[in-house]
Design a protein around this ligand. Structure first.
Ligand code: PLP
Length: 397
């Protein structure tokens, strides 16, 4: 039976949160892998449930129990738009970042922020400048709009070569900075972004994608939005907040830049996603606990890899590049035959496939499978096709 939405009951549920969140804490802290809040592991509809998914940088468990509870309540009222609630959360998010509400726009994930920003600030005469390797979404959009894409290699220490990026094109329209960078998981210094903002061509804009920032010690540049810099920041709840499928993200920028993104569309958001995001944003323990759990699992994986003699990018996030010392594609296929799916390679580093850091038990599965796969003769490995071709190579995360 559905129960009508009732503001008092809704607020009551929010007020009960600290207790509910605290109850969930010990389970999460003790075993991050089991932190799915009792939600059964259903796997992908198109992937066998026993496959370990370390391929598209998802968080290994779902939203907190308190967030799941409020989503259940919201789902029964899914017929309502609740526009005032949506507007209210926009304001709360802005306040969270010490911004005025008109500096924040919410989207169903951050992909649209990257797409719309690229469409707004690149053109056949205004290029896009990116690092290489990095997350390809902006460069794919730029190619579609007919803009030139300048790919500037990362330095040998994985840092962004800001000087080379600025020198790449005096007619650049947009600079894309992914901090931490996907796929390397390495961070960009705030002082480097400040230098870019001060030295970029006049009229150009800097897009800083902070999708993975909560996992890392990287310093956000959100305060520079309040200072009205030529800056758009993209944030998502798909990563540490485990809402990849639920879809919630936002852009932060000064209003005249934001207006240019709005030209490409603004939509009403899912009320379940909004309430899930609100509960988790207000959960003061979520980020420190998940950041620590991720760091512990990642560091244990790194220790193991180092012992086995493999190099990896010094990531601070939920993914890293792994030097498999041979072309990555056959290794990816062979691991999938051992029921472990890892990410893709980038043309700039073809021997370094990306691995998402999952739960401790998922990383054990990865380690066992990796040892088996690296023992395989190359000829045998190269002859393997990916067992799930409908998923191989399709990922854009
Ligand atoms: N930015 C980066 C760096 C990503 O890796 C991803 C996806 O993995 C996104 C943005 C887009 O994610 P979403 O649309 O789920 O927010």
């Amino acid at each position: 039976m559905t129960r009508p939405f009732n503001r008092r009951r809704f607020l009551g549920a929010s007020a009960a949160l600290p207790f509910a969140a605290a109850a969930a804490r010990s389970a999460f802290a003790a075993a991050p892998a089991a932190a799915s809040g009792g939600v059964p592991a259903i796997g992908y509809i198109d992937t066998p449930a026993n496959v370990t998914l370390l391929n598209i940088n998802e968080y290994p468990s779902g939203p907190t129990p308190a967030a799941v509870a409020i989503m259940t309540q919201m789902a029964t009222n899914g017929n309502r738009y609740y526009m005032a609630e949506v507007a209210k959360f926009n304001k709360e998010l802005a306040t969270y970042h010490e911004l005025k509400p008109e500096y924040v726009t919410m989207y169903a994930g951050s992909s649209e922020v990257l797409q719309f920003t690229t469409m707004a600030f690149t053109s056949p005469t205004k290029s896009l400048v990116v690092a290489d390797p990095t997350f390809e979404s902006p460069w794919r959009v730029a190619e579609q709009v007919g803009a030139k894409v300048h790919k500037v290699p990362l330095k040998s220490d994985y840092s962004y070569d800001m000087k080379a990026m600025v020198a790449a094109d005096p007619n650049a329209g947009l600079f894309y900075i992914c901090n931490p960078n996907n796929p390397t998981g390495t961070t960009v210094k705030k002082s480097d972004i400040e230098w870019l903002l001060a030295n970029k061509p006049a009229g150009s804009v800097v897009l800083v994608d902070e999708a993975y920032i909560h996992f890392s010690d990287a310093e956000s540049v959100m305060d520079l939005v309040a200072k009205d810099k030529d800056l758009v920041i993209s944030r998502t709840f798909s990563k540490i907040y485990s809402m990849g499928g639920l879809r919630f993200g936002y852009a932060a920028a000064r209003p005249d830049l934001m207006k240019k993104l709005h030209y490409y569309g603004v939509n009403i958001l899912s009320t379940t996603a909004i309430q899930c995001a609100r509960v988790q944003l207000n959960d003061k323990q979520l980020i420190p606990l998940r950041k620590q759990a991720m760091a512990d699992t990642r560091n244990r994986t790194f220790e193991w890899l180092a012992k086995q003699g493999y190099d990896f990018s010094p990531s601070q996030t939920n993914h890293f590049l792994l030097n498999v010392k041979k072309p990555g594609a056959p290794v990816i296929n062979a691991l999938a035959h051992h029921s472990v799916m890892i990410g893709r390679t980038w043309p700039a580093m073809p021997n370094w496939p990306r691995v998402t850091v999952g739960s401790p038990s998922e990383m054990q599965s990865f380690q066992s499978a990796f040892l088996e796969v690296m023992k395989m003769p190359d000829g045998k490995m190269n002859a393997l096709a990916h067992p799930y071709p409908h998923l191989a190579g399709e990922h854009t995360c």
